[in-house]
Design a protein around this ligand. Sequence first.
Ligand code: ADP
Ligand code: MG
Length: 690
Amino acid sequence: MELVVSEEPLVERWQEFLKKYYWDEILKLSNAYPEERSLYVSFFDVIKGATELESLLLEEPDVVLRNAREALRRMDLPTGVSLEDAHVRIVGLPEAHRPRIRDIRSHHIGKLISVEGIVLKVTEVRPKVVSAAFECQQCRHVTFVPQEGRGFVEPAECEGCHRKTLRLVPEKSKFVDAQKMRLQEPPEELRGGEMPQILDVNLEDDIAGVATPGDRVVVTGILRSYQRRTQHGKSPFFDVYLDAISVEREEKEFEEIEISEEDERKILELKSDPNIYEKLIRSIAPSIYGYEEVKEAILLQLFSGIPKELPDGTRIRGDIHVLLVGDPGIAKSQLLSYAVKLAPRGIYAGAKGATAAGLTATAVKDEFGDGRWALEAGVLVLADKGIAAIDEMDKMDKKDRDALHEAMEQQTISIAKAGITATLKARCAILGAANPKYGRFDRYEPLAEQINLPPTLLSRFDLIFTLMDRPEEEADVNLASHILRTHYAGELLATSGGDVKEVRMIEPEIPPSLLRKYIAYARRRVFPVMSREAMQMFLDFYVGLRRQGYGEDAPIPVTARQLEALIRLGEACARARLSNVVTAEDAERVIRLVNYCLRRVFVDPETGKLDVDWVAVGTSKSRRDRAKMIKEIIKELEEEAGGGAVPLEEVLDVAESRGIERAKAEEVIESLKRDGIIYSPKHGYIGIVR
Ligand code: ADP
Ligand code: MG
């Protein structure tokens, strides 16, 4: 780096500044030295106390920091310690010098900047040579070669005898701990499906190894560039990375969303609306027809229950997990992406996740780490303190499925591979969607079997919705006209951009920008407590559910997880009203919602009884039910006939011979037809849909 000023005055200026503003800290450091080696200097103090260093520090950070370090080294301390290897680490750059990763440009090269992001990936901390010692095999002279660039520099010949008999001697070389980190833009700063961009960061000495994947950090450092290489040799294009000066960890949640006084006034105005709860539900995905209950669940998920730390150290999650299972083409993916847009911190992911790390986390050895292992965060870690929408969950890897168990209850992800052991935080609510394995949802098969998710995982969802696409005249007309209206409004909007009646009809009652603020406000400020009535209602409902399973040989219908779900949902419900009390009314709403899901998921269609085992384990006796037998009979007959539909009468005959009354068999066939499991190509013929 070329010098623009004589350096000596700078060192003196730093000494003055440090003595005046940082004397106590320096003394503290000297007591902890050499275990601690960093003096953190706030840029704000530099502005205040040493104005002339301010712009020079931004423009020529290498020179200025070298001098700062020299000033620290020369400091004459009463403790008698010499801070030979200590660093001056700058923190807190002003806004103008904090570009978003995507806004980093060539004029930033060589300058001091701060970059905010989520840690996506870190390598192991490994020694890096900073001064390599080469010993001549002939004359034993040792040549020291400083290693500052990206490549390893080797001298051509011995300094002493000019022969080429040099050998690297690690014992005489000087090393520093080094780590490479990859930062990704935080999800809440991305607009409308933008791909997050990344920046690599080099960390050395005591700031290596402090951050783990999923952490939110602000890294202050000097932007460097290096020339790209292609197979044709050097390229005119350069890549950039950041040489870190300091790393600050951030522990903020919904702070990203700023709420002005004007916003607060609007929020409190909404609060006083007696129909606020219904209004909130109607503001979720108004372009999607129906699904009031699903929208209510998503709403509660956005507000979340209260996470609890108990005195015995147990942590109970407040996050509400919701699963949508159902036929294809019924707006599951749409609902997911809507939820992500509303969530102050939401990530949408397919089953495979966006990165090699998948949903959870992984240890990899690739070119990023230059031979070192690197730990990479997946979606659930990146969505910490937000919502992770996972589409097509049925297509998940086994590795992810296993890790999801831990992620959903303990809200951590542990990894132990290749000597890397780490526990990463994954405190997020999961909104999952899954398609049934055989294309269509079949009420007569246990849920767990149909969607390729193990019962243990299913039981961790607070609410499971099973959505079926059943042809029904009235609903079809309503849905179709809703979709037509929506598209029509969209067309009008595209041509006139206008304020027309049709457009206003599909506008959410509460605009998304205000709703996000409302949610952030509630999550920051409102921590409701259950009222006596609510507690009693939850108790009664839960015991009532359990009772249905009492009696001879009955499967246990409901587990304690459902009770916890009720509590969380109740808290979220109160929060949605910005109330500090979970009232009887909240309890009633939540019970209605839970009941709605239980009815569809847990009711054995054969017996009409609630049965968790029917979903989960699939051992319920009525699994050997008529529906299954009928399907088998049809299949057999189809095979005999060499494919295609078979006569209904024949099916009924065979069924009768196997002990199913004709009337019952016909009933089952009708319901299988409604569910789209079997079809009838012409009168009196049926076949299995494939
Ligand atoms: P899935 O993920 O369930 O397979 P998608 O979310 O991809 O389904 O939805 C398919 C299309 O059908 C989308 O364009 C969606 O908007 C539309 N659609 C389906 N059901 C509805 C509905 N109830 N209201 C509005 N649009 C719907
Ligand atoms: Mg989909």
